[in-house]
Design a binder for this molecule. Structure first.
Ligand code: GDG
Length: 474
């Protein structure tokens, strides 16, 4: 991508492609699955935009390249930066801090230094490729300093930021030794988007208390006359795409095959998560295990499939969690299983989208029980795949999705007894009751898809006008 040409720039920790090596040793790029890419790709194509991100290999420098009509601009990270900026500050400091401290965050000054350095690198790349007055959209917690760094380099740009994870209340955020710098970093944006209105309010309150700027409702008034809007944009999925996939004969056949291979049990329960301590895997498996031990569910009748996609495998808390879940699954299967009858089918692996759709179709009860989650797309994907209006969703009230999916069987994942009751309620409900709930949830998910999410955010970002700007935009 030539300098100064992009009218629209997305900045994210990762590029939207994965490198794959063919049988002949040739490497090519493949678009990574995920709603964000699906939503932003058409905008990037239409506007001749670019995506800036790390390409996934430490220590390697790559030139910008084009992939399926998108200009991709790789940002290099050294081995040490991956450890300190990505695994360290992003995933062992910010991630647990922003998720209610469900694991203790670690604070290390060298990690912070790497975070600043890498954020600066991303900002410099964007400053170089963005056209005059271009729109730049920065994504997520790894890049919270980029908005201000970029504004300093390029005051002409219109800058948006979206946080995919929760934004914590003051009481937790203030643990961060660099709390003020993070707030000031975000304030470089014209529009700061969050999943939930409560997160936007947390941010506004912190800016008032910690930085001392004047605020009113969703607006921050900066001393230089600029304003920053903080609003909620609950993210969604490519809902029609998921439904279409779930309707294919291959997926329908595969769903039947999955049930068959489990011995056609009466009830299939399903969990699909990245293997992460925020997802409440332990609580959900314990609840299910107890239902079997106590005889409320029969091991001949009920099977729990848990897919745990490998994630952040070099971060300490994730290594501990993996052992913990292995042990728990082993204990449940050992205690209550019989020959040929394992109550929990545990899969520590990742699967293609088709297999995910087949699993969603095969599941009578989808169990989504995070202790804290920005949104949770798995819950929405399940709903999108159930055009047959069958199946039930058990959903944690601590997932952002809970405020939209009101007809789910909502649970407090810390309350194991409550969760057991709700699992039984979902399993034993009259199918008409479950159809009623599913219909209501489908209305929500099918109407509010990822395209609408991106369009809403970008419309607001384009509408942001600064009455006091020294160089008002044309
Ligand atoms: C963060 C926030 C927020 C999972 N395993 C496989 C696979 N997946 C896909 C799912 C889903 C996505 O990964 C996971 O999204 P979630 O929203 O459930 O959770 P996080 O990864 O924690 O995402 C979250 C999200 O950002 C978006 O803003 O909702 O709150 O934490 O799409 O389908 N996909 C494939 N194979 C797998 O094995 N193909």
């Amino acid at each position: 991508m030539a300098s100064g040409l992009a009218e629209f720039v997305v900045i994210a920790n990762r590029l939207p492609v994965d490198r794959i090596t063919g049988p002949d040793g040739e490497t090519t790029w493949r678009k990574s699955p995920g709603g964000l890419v699906t939503a932003l790709e058409p905008v990037i194509r239409r506007k001749g935009g670019a995506w800036i991100g790390w390409h996934g290999a430490a220590g390697e420098k790559l030139r910008p390249f084009e992939h399926e009509g998108m200009n991709l601009v790789p940002v290099p990270l050294s081995e040490e930066e991956v450890e300190e900026y990505y695994e360290g500050f992003s995933n062992a400091t910010l991630w647990p801090l922003y998720h209610d401290v469900v694991a203790p965050p670690e604070f290390h000054r060298e990690w912070w230094d790497a975070y600043v350095r890498v954020n600066q690198r991303f900002a410099q790349k964007a400053a170089k490729i963005a056209k005059k007055n271009a729109v730049v959209w920065v994504q997520d917690y790894q890049l919270q300093l980029v908005p201000t760094m970029l504004r300093e380099l390029r005051p002409d740009l219109r800058i948006g930021f979206f946080l995919h994870i929760p934004f914590p209340p003051t009481e937790l955020f203030q643990q961060l030794p660099w709390r003020r710098q993070i707030l000031e970093g975000l304030l470089g944006a014209d529009l700061v988007g969050f999943q939930m209105p409560g997160a936007a309010q947390n941010f506004i309150r912190l800016v008032r208390q910690r930085v001392g700027h004047k605020t009113h409702r969703d607006t921050v008034y900066l001393p230089d006359g600029r304003t920053v809007l903080a609003q909620a944009y609950p993210i969604s999925i490519d809902a029609a795409g998921f439904e279409e996939l779930a309707r294919t004969p291959e997926v329908i056949a595969r769903a039947a095959e999955i049930r068959e291979s489990l011995g056609n049990p009466k009830v299939v329960l399903l969990g699909i998560d990245r293997l992460d301590y925020t997802k409440g895997l332990r609580q959900r498996l314990r609840a299910f295990g107890e239902l079997i031990t106590e005889g409320a569910l029969d091991v001949d009748d009920a099977v729990f499939i848990q897919v745990a996609t490998p994630s952040r495998e070099r971060v300490g808390q994730y290594i501990l969690l993996r052992d913990d879940i292995n042990r728990l699954v082993g204990r449940i299967n050992g205690d209550v299983g019989r020959i040929g009858q394992q109550p929990v089918t545990y899969l520590h692996a990742s699967y293609p989208r088709e297999e995910m759709a087949a699993l969603y179709r095969a599941a009578d009860v989808m169990v989504v029980t995070p202790l804290r989650d920005g949104m949770n797309l798995v819950a929405k994907e399940y709903v999108a795949c159930r055009y047959d209006e069958k199946g039930a969703l058990v959903l944690s009230e601590f997932a952002g999705a809970a405020s939209e999916l009101k007809s789910a069987y909502q649970v407090n994942p810390h309350d194991i007894n409550g969760m057991k009751q709700m699992l039984l309620a979902a399993i034993n409900a009259d199918p008409r009751e479950n159809a009623r709930r599913m219909k209501a949830m489908r209305r929500q998910v099918m109407e509010n898809d990822i395209d609408l999410w991106a369009a809403n955010f970008l419309r607001e970002l384009n509408a942001v006008r600064d009455p006091h700007a020294k160089n008002p935009r044309p």
